[in-house]
Design a protein around this ligand. Structure first.
Ligand code: B12
Length: 165
């Protein structure tokens, strides 16, 4: 993914709850240990983690994002439908960018045929995600992003990670 294809980046929202991170699945996905893993990881980094759990309806996800104003929203999906769910959800979240514009990232096992293609990753980024962490790629960039956010040293817009060059 080159820089030209990156979406308009996230901005630091002065009204955002800087220590709050929302972790969530999306409507189709009932897996939960992926969410527990992310909750523990982000908790260890000092965030207040709100774990919305599995099979979260789009409207609930949107209302939690807008009302809690998190510093970061982490979407996780492993059932193979993450690409479709993610495209639909991010379009809803980005519908009214003036309402709240914190970084939103997605990761897990997002497709049914192994790693997403470069084109699919690009579609997710263009739709509004700030980063895509597909399961079969290096997890280190996510750890680094979360750690930087926890110390307030993250450079926003978030640099696109996870995509192969
Ligand atoms: C347990 C399990 C279930 C349980 C879930 C119970 C529960 N309460 O969670 C049940 C039986 C319900 C289930 C159902 C299904 N499952 Co299932 N399940 C698994 C299994 C065996 C383990 C998942 C797990 O808990 N892993 C432990 C957690 C900690 O790891 P993880 O989920 O892999 O997440 C890691 C990474 O993906 C990553 N990650 C995840 N999200 C994010 C987000 C970010 C931002 C980042 C950086 C990283 C990240 O970090 C995690 C730690 O490394 C996996 C196979 C496997 N061995 O992985 C299949 C698996 C996930 N299931 C699969 C499938 C297909 C299904 C079903 C569709 C089966 C069916 N036909 O009904 C349904 C889907 C139900 C639904 N509506 O979602 C497939 C998905 C295939 C794909 N993506 O292409 C898998 C991979 C099995 C397989 N090899 O085919 N499943």
């Amino acid at each position: 993914m080159n820089d030209d294809a990156a979406p308009v980046g996230a901005v630091v929202d002065a009204g955002a709850a800087k220590r709050t991170v929302i972790v969530s699945s999306m409507a189709s996905d009932s897996h939960t240990w992926n969410l527990v893993y992310l909750e523990l990881l982000l908790g260890e980094l000092g965030f207040d983690v709100v774990n919305l759990g599995a099979c979260v309806p789009d409207e609930l996800l949107r209302s939690e994002y807008l009302s809690r104003r998190p510093a970061l929203l982490v979407l996780s999906s492993v059932n193979g439908h993450g690409y479709q769910d993610g495209l639909r959800v991010i379009r809803r979240l980005r519908e009214f960018p003036q309402a709240h514009r914190a970084p939103v990232v997605i990761g897990g096992k997002l497709g049914i045929g192994g790693a997403l293609t470069e084109d699919e990753v690009g579609q997710l980024l263009l739709a509004g995600f700030d980063a895509v962490f597909d399961d079969q790629r290096d997890p280190a960039p996510f750890h680094r992003l979360a750690a930087e956010l926890s110390t307030g040293s993250a450079q926003l817009p978030v640099r696109v990670e996870g995509a192969e060059a």
